[in-house]
Ligand binder design. Sequence first.
Ligand code: FES
Length: 695
Amino acid sequence: MMDNRINKHPVLSIDKKSKYVNFNFNGKKISAKKGEMISSALFANGIHVFGHHYKDNSPQGIYCANGQCSQCLVLANGIPVKSCIVPVKEGMDIRSLEGLPELLKDDEVVKTGGKTPLIKTEVLIVGGGPAGLSAAIELGLKNVKCIICDDKQDLGGKLSLQTHNFFGSIRDCFAGSRGMDIGCNLSSEVKKDKNLDIWVNSPVVGVFVDGLVGVLKDGRYVLVKPEIILITTGAREKTLAFPGCDLPGVYGAGAFQTLVNRDLIKPTEKLFIIGGGNVGIIAAYHALQAGIDVIGLVEALHECGGYKVHLDKIKRMGIPIYTSHTVLKAIGTDHLQRVIITEIDDKFKPIRGTEKIFDADTLLIAVGLSPVDELRKQAEKFGLKTYAAGDADIIAEASAAMFSGKITARKILIDMGFDVEIPPEWNELVEILRSRPGKTKKTKPIIPKNKVVYTITHCLQEIPCNPCTETCILQSIKIKEDSIMGTPVFEGECLACGRCISLCPGLAITLVDKRYDSSKKTARIMIPWEMPKNSIKINQNVYTTDIDGEVIGEGRIIGIKTSEWQNKRQLVSVEIPYNDTNKIVSIRIKKKSTEKIPKSDELLDDENIIICRCERVTKKEIIDYIKKTGTKDFNAVKAALRVGMGACGGKTCTDLIMRLFREAGVDIKDVEENVNRPFSQEIPIKAFLNEDDDK
Ligand code: FES
């Protein structure tokens, strides 16, 4: 079996002392890291197809890697489980799920009895991500008793997948630090507070009319009676339906970050990405850091919606960006092999003759997020005292989620009668942190006159960010506008220390030193570099690029600084022609490919697009049914075609089906919504039994 583990990474530490366990997959002995999820262990061993669907024998693999969908089902010791949320154990017998699972032969009467534990608390926080942890810290300061439930093995939520430096305000929400480090800091602060009871591996599965909340606490069903519920469940990824979207190898950007950044697995060699928002762009950057070739990124709009500085980073690394394009088709037999993209017109319709075909083994879907809010809706419906913060309330960057957690905690404290207030500047800041990127300056960066040592800020778009201004010892970088949304400029003196370069989340600052060569033939430029250490070396000749990644010329690496305070970012000094100093923003080690992209003459065939993955129901079946019956009731479609009735409970297909109502000519406002199951996720019967055996 192959080993697809990442063994060098510029930011993540490789634990050389990891312990391994052995397990069997379809009768073959393979190994996994201790505590690793089954799906990750299979990927590490090069296994991407986990079984075949009972309905049409279609291959099944990973899709969300977050316990939300059901595409990664396998049999573990004879029991069907979502492989992305069940850890491998020594000697486990794992088999691919071929068709429907059989009932276990064991028909012994199980021991029942005992009562479901009932636990009271002042506040139940559902979700231990950025918002939940920030709220918990604030509540803990006032000695409020809280239980924090999270379905993962550890706290931190999506922060633990974010290896890049965060934007935002350096004083208020740790801007300039890496997301994973922020997650660790918040978690350890929460763990120190005795008022905060932490339940990991404990998904909240239902909220009921009597004010009780069901929790699957480490595999056992317990009930919690909170006075107040705070929903900080975050967001789940939106999905996109196109021909071949259900092939193994096509999955969410979050799943990719889980495999690469949490589990240090290299799941692909050739990656293509759909979506030019921050999530898609960051996924591309994370892929490069893991040594994965990114073939391209498509964005349906004329411009990518992610931060320009993020986008500039990947353009400079040579990733082709196809705006006004979409994916026409994903092609493969048992796994993705090729991706066909096409240009689209203003009405998002494919333009014939513009199709291009790429070899790729993985296609990421990064087309936005929607709040995980089922529990919130349930709680509000029953009139329970409920608050929500972070993405479960409003989708925004994690820095906004942290701050909204703090503010919501204050609201709860006021509700509980504490004498606290919410400073008005907090509300202002959270609105700023939630802002979409503002205007982009059309002018070039400002170059200081008559200076021989200076920095240039290549940060031209208004985004909420200020670490550069706070880190300069001489306070020479300033945001002139009265808000962190302004763009920074350099004015004054520069000590050439490189601190601003090592902290800027956008990797958008260069340091020019014209003293380097008195003959004025060459100068020195310092740039940030976050690719694997051995990707560059002293005396190496490299291409120099402008802000958009266009090659300007060549330079020679003359220094690589890797001090502790640089927080795993290398500061690379490059000798460059004297006259190029103000244009150069970065370096590239490989020249852009000039290979001609093959054209394709594939036609869009959207008849058989799978919409409901669990039940394998196509777009055509759903649209035909809505048109034929004239129904406006989601539940009627569900009863007739089984859409939304699969193991994921409709979490993956509900939004897509709502869109199909629109395509079939029904106004979304008139559609009777899908009735959710009382439990938001599946619970093994044994969880209710209060007995200790493992059946
Ligand atoms: S995709 Fe799971 S029920 Fe439709």
